[in-house]
Each structure stands twice: as C-alpha cells, then as structure tokens.
Design a protein around this ligand. Structure first.
Ligand SMILES: [Zn+2]
Length: 506
C-alpha cells in the first residue's frame, strides 16, 4: 500500500466554501486544529487539522472538518499521485428553491400566502419577501410554510417571493414571483328593508341582518318628497325615524359599511308616508298667563297652543263689565281644544268693571277708548298697555272682541250697534266677517234681529288699534242684550266657532 503525504500549504489547499454564508472563495493556508481563521463568520479548523494529512493513495479522499459559526461541516479532500494538491469540495449545499408559492386569500390590507415544505432536514427558516408596485422589498422570516402579510395597501399590486435558508446560513435562490393585490371586502347589499309601522311624524323601519363578521354599522338614508337625504347610522337592523312631516312621501334606503369603511351599494328604495292617524288632544297645551300682574287690573290670559303651525286667534270678553254675554261666552271658549295654531282667550279683560257690573268701574276710564288712536300714541292705562303688548308678543293674526248693545241695530229709532259685526277694513277680513254674519242670520227669522256687517271700529277701541297699528284682522262682535242670556251667549260662541272653522282650527 503506497502512502502519499498531502501537504496543505497556502498555495495548494483551496477550500471552496463559497456557498457558506455568502463568502466567495477563500484560500486556506495551513492552520492548526482549533485555530480560528475568520471572525465573521467564525470559521474554526476542526479535526483533523489541516496538518499534513495521511491519505491512502488507493482511497482518493480524506475527510476533514471545519466549523462555521460553531456548526461542523465535513469536507473531503481529493488527491492524486500526479497532482497532490487537494481540491476541497463542500458536502453542504444550499437548500432547494421552495415551490408552490401561492396566495391563499386576499383581504383588507392583507395577503395570506403559503408554499410547499422543503425536504431538507437542516432547514432554519424561510424568507418571504414582498414589495408593493413602485416600492421596495420587505422581508419576514418564518419556520412555517404560510404567512399572513398585514398592514398592506389596498389596491396596490404586490410582488411576492420566498427562499429557504439552512441552519448554516446557506440560502436557496428565490422562487418565481407571485403577484396579488389586497383589497377591502365590500359588504353585501342589505336585504328586506321594510316599513314596520307608520306613525305620527314617525316611520319604524327594519331590514335583514348582513352575514359579514366585520360589519361596522348600517347607514339608513331618508328624504321627504322634494327634500334632500338625511342619514342615521346604527349597528342594529331596525330604526324609528321621528320628527318627520306628516303627509309627506319619504324615500328610504339602507347600506352596510365594514370596519374598514368599505360600503355596499344602497338597497332598492322603499317609500312610506307618516300620518297623524290618532290625533291626541294631550298634544295641545294650555298655559294661563296673567296680564298686568301685581296691579289692580290683573287678569288671566289663556294661551291654547295646538302644537301645530297655524293662525293665532285672540278672543276677548269683558272689555265692558255690563255686557255679560261677551264674557260668559269667552269663559266657555277658554276650554276649547284646537287642531292647529294658537287660540288666546282673555275672558274678563276688565275685571274691575265686571265686578262693578258697569261699562267701566267708577272712577276708571272706558277700556275700549284707552288704546292708541295714532301710530305714535301709547295705550293710556296699565291694562290697555298689557293687552296691547300681549297682542304684539303673540303675533296675533285675528282678534274678535265680544260685546253687547242695548237694542237691535236694524231698529231705525236706535243708535245701538246690537247685532252687528264691525270689522277693520281688509278684503280678507271682510270675507270672513261676512261669512260669520251669514252663518248667524241663517237661524234668525225676524228681519230686524238679523246681524249687520259694519266697518270701522271706533277710534281708541281694542279692535281699531289692533287692526290699524298692529296689522291684526280685527272685529267687534255685538249681540243685542234683549234676548235671554243663553240665546246671546249662543250667538257669541257661534260667531267665534265660525271664525275658527273658517281658519280650519276646529
Ligand atoms: Zn261694549
């Protein structure tokens, strides 16, 4: 058996460790066992050292060991008689390129990817690299064969690739690129929108629950005919829309919105009209105020508010304390309920005169001559001032002041204005006043007892001042005091009823 001495000299011993940790080619001079020949990575000569090595000439190779980062690798020297220089060939090779990279699912800012498991036993991990179009690569390392990339930009096309890395740090090449674009998941359009019940200014609606698990809420949009859309957001599947306009046809639609803000389309329109199907008297509100409080004139003013828009009508009684039908009727009218607008009732305007049973209390002036007679004049008394201010404050549209006269106006031998309606001129006021007179006269057989329409309430009167200076459609109603009180009170209430009916308030 022939022995050959192979000497590892600096010029002969060539160790190819190019695949190790990214190093290219290294010349290995002669080193002793245990000697460190590189600090990064740490390469230490193992056993046997690259001392002169005995190699059997008939055997063509001899094993030596070196350590990289503490991990032993075995190399074989190969020698020949003619060329005793050993060509060292590493047995450790790079892992295979991973196969089967694929996008398993696309989500909101997310790509779930997977690949096939490599067969190498000494695999450390995989490097998954990804980049958005126009961006640069980022990498994640995982020992598994799948990964969920999150925090990605929706709508961007991403390039993906994976490589395998061995325990020694040897890396495979990257696999072929795979492309995918993350996108938000759009919820499906809600189904089954319907109006569950229709109420007074109210629509109760409901729809079916969406099946998506990441739903944030629903947007319910609604608009009245000729109006514009308003929206409410709710996590539930029903909603009571309130404060709607009765008699208006509303358009309704609903959409679903995901946690990421992705919105479905709106569902098909649904239409409904809120109605006041059961008018409730409790909706109207009666407030009793005091005019001229703290004075000897103090007197209640009833403010009957329907809660709905409409005219403001003021009924006054007891301006004259000896005209009983007026304030008796006015007291009854304080109990009226109305369907729209506001009804103000001042049943006993001049309480001092009513207590005295006289036109005016002794020592006091006639209230119906105490109101302004020019635009710059102030009311003459605390009482007329309080009444005048109340008309202004409540923006009264119509006023009817209930009085009595001692005789029938149609009797030619009298100057009384009994059985008349005296209005402050305005065409629309005259039309309504005429309707009141006509209504009363339908039930009166005796011609000289019929009512007459007059104009120009006397200067200084409540009706004249309200009409002339405050723009109120004003009138004085006068019954003749000769019939029974009940008959006169009926005329008084009939006149007020006709006015309120004409204004659609009862
Ligand atoms: Zn009078």
């Amino acid at each position: 058996m022939q022995k050959v001495r192979a000497t590892f000299s600096s010029c002969l011993a060539v160790l190819i460790i190019g695949v190790l940790a990214g190093y290219a080619v290294m010349l290995l001079p002669q080193y002793a066992e245990g000697e460190t020949i590189s600090s990064s990575p740490t390469i230490t000569i193992g056993s046997p050292a690259q001392q002169p090595v005995r190699i059997d000439a008939n055997s063509s190779s001899e094993a030596i060991t070196i350590r990289v980062n503490g991990v032993p690798y075995t190399y074989y020297t190969t020698v020949s008689k003619s060329t005793p220089s050993p060509a060292l060939k590493p047995l450790v090779t790079a892992p295979k390129v991973p196969t089967g990279l694929r996008v398993v699912s696309i989500g909101d800012g997310q790509l779930d990817v997977a690949w096939n498991k490599n067969s190498e036993s000494d695999l450390k991990h995989y490097r998954l690299a990804y980049k958005p179009a126009g961006g640069s690569y980022k990498s994640v390392f995982t020992t598994g064969t799948s990964y969920s990339l999150t925090g990605l930009e929706n709508g961007k096309k991403y390039t993906l690739k994976v490589k395998a890395i061995s325990n020694s740090g040897a890396e495979s090449n990257y696999c072929s690129f795979v492309y995918a674009t993350p996108k938000a998941i759009v919820p499906s359009v809600p189904k089954g929108l319907k109006v569950v019940s229709v109420g007074d200014g109210q629509l109760d609606v409901a729809w079916n629950k969406n099946s998506e698990s990441d739903l944030k809420h629903y947007r319910l949009a609604y608009k009245p005919a000729g109006g514009s859309y308003k929206s409410v957001f709710t996590t539930g599947t029903s909603y009571s829309l309130t404060g709607l306009e009765n008699g208006k046809k509303y358009t309704l639609k609903v959409k679903a919105i995901s946690n990421s803000g992705a919105e479905s389309s709106y569902c098909s329109f649904v239409y409904a009209t809120p109605v006041n199907s059961s008018p409730s008297p409790s909706e109207s509100k009666v407030e009793v105020k005091t005019l001229a409080p703290g004075t000897k004139y103090a007197t209640p003013l009833y403010v009957i508010n329907s809660g709905k828009p409409g005219p403001v009508v003021m009924v006054v009684g007891g301006v004259h304390g000896n005209e009983k039908a007026g304030y008796t009727a006015a007291r009854k009218i304080t109990e009226y309920q109305i369907s729209r607008g506001t009804l103000l009732v001042l049943p006993e305007a001049n309480q001092l005169a009513i207590k005295a049973g006289r036109r005016a209390a002794s020592g006091y002036s006639d209230l119906n001559r105490s109101f302004p007679q020019t635009s710059s004049q102030a009311p003459k008394t605390a009482l007329s001032r309080a009444i005048f201010n109340a008309i202004k404050e409540h923006k009264v549209d119509w006023l009817i002041d209930l009085h009595e006269g001692y005789d029938y106006y149609k009797n030619s031998n009298t100057s009384s204005v009994g059985q008349t309606l005296i209005y402050y001129p305005a065409n629309s006021t005259r039309t309504t006043a005429q309707a009141i007179v006509n209504d009363l006269n339908k039930g009166i057989k005796t011609s000289n007892q019929k009512f007459t329409l007059l104009r120009y309430p006397v200067k200084g009167s409540l009706a004249r001042a309200a009409g002339e200076y405050l723009g109120v459609r004003a009138m004085i109603f006068e019954t003749c005091s000769k019939p029974a009180l009940s008959t006169r009170v009926n005329y008084q209430t009939q006149a007020v009823n006709k006015l309120l009916n004409t204004l659609n308030m009862r």
